[in-house]
Design a protein around this ligand. Structure first.
Ligand code: 5GP
Length: 192
């Protein structure tokens, strides 16, 4: 998505070897008009699918997921993160390791909000190592629901997230911006 790439070039900051900071429009301050256009883009990319629910993880997935849900006219469920290890009968849960924060969080979705009949679109802000996507997939699998695919705002193609997700059976991943590399603090996008 050209507009997103331009925004990343204008406002993104590369931190260290592999982190992109986009807190002026996505991860802290949010640009609602851009989010809405991204939500519509996700809806267009998955127009060939029947989708009954959008699933994401708090916090940064929520803004693009809500806009995708608005464009698709379906409910949005966000998995809650908690450090608690207490398993509840009322929730589906999965462990997600964050390489950026180097912590493991349990993510949960109340069983009332996912049914075996659901056709789910997963949404997240970044795809890096794929742990968040795999955690969401685990939860949707527990519900017996179907995943139609995953929509990612920013994919770092030089990290193994897509491969890890593909190996787990998550084969349809649409990313609005794909970053091939960070070179001298600059973002280089995939040409494809
Ligand atoms: P994964 O589970 O694919 O390893 O990482 C996905 C999660 O890590 C995203 O939901 C995001 O919160 C965080 N993340 C990974 N890489 C980056 C990055 O370069 N910048 C930011 N802001 N967050 C990232």
């Amino acid at each position: 998505m050209k507009e997103l790439e331009e925004r990343i070039q204008a406002d993104g900051r590369v931190l260290g070897a592999d982190i992109l900071k986009v807190d002026s429009f996505l991860n802290h301050q949010i640009d609602p008009a851009l989010m809405q256009r991204m939500g519509q883009e996700f809806a267009d990319l998955f127009a060939d699918q029947t989708i009954t629910k959008v699933v994401t993880v708090e916090a940064s997935g929520i803004a693009p997921a809500v806009m995708a849900g608005l464009a698709l006219n379906v409910p949005v469920v966000f998995a809650r993160k908690s450090k608690s290890r207490i398993l509840s009968d009322e929730a589906f849960a999965a462990d997600v390791y964050s390489y950026t924060k180097q912590t493991t969080n349990q993510i949960r979705i109340d069983k009332r909000f996912l049914a075996a009949t659901d056709q789910v679109l997963l949404i997240d802000d970044f795809l890096a190592n794929g742990q968040a996507l795999l955690g969401m997939k685990d939860i949707v699998d527990q519900a017996g629901a179907t995943i139609v695919g995953a929509g990612i705002v920013i994919e770092k193609s030089f990290q193994p997230g897509r491969d890890n997700a593909n190996q787990a059976g998550l084969t349809r991943i649409e990313s609005l911006a794909k970053i091939a590399a960070f070179e001298d603090g600059q973002v280089v996008f995939d040409q494809a």
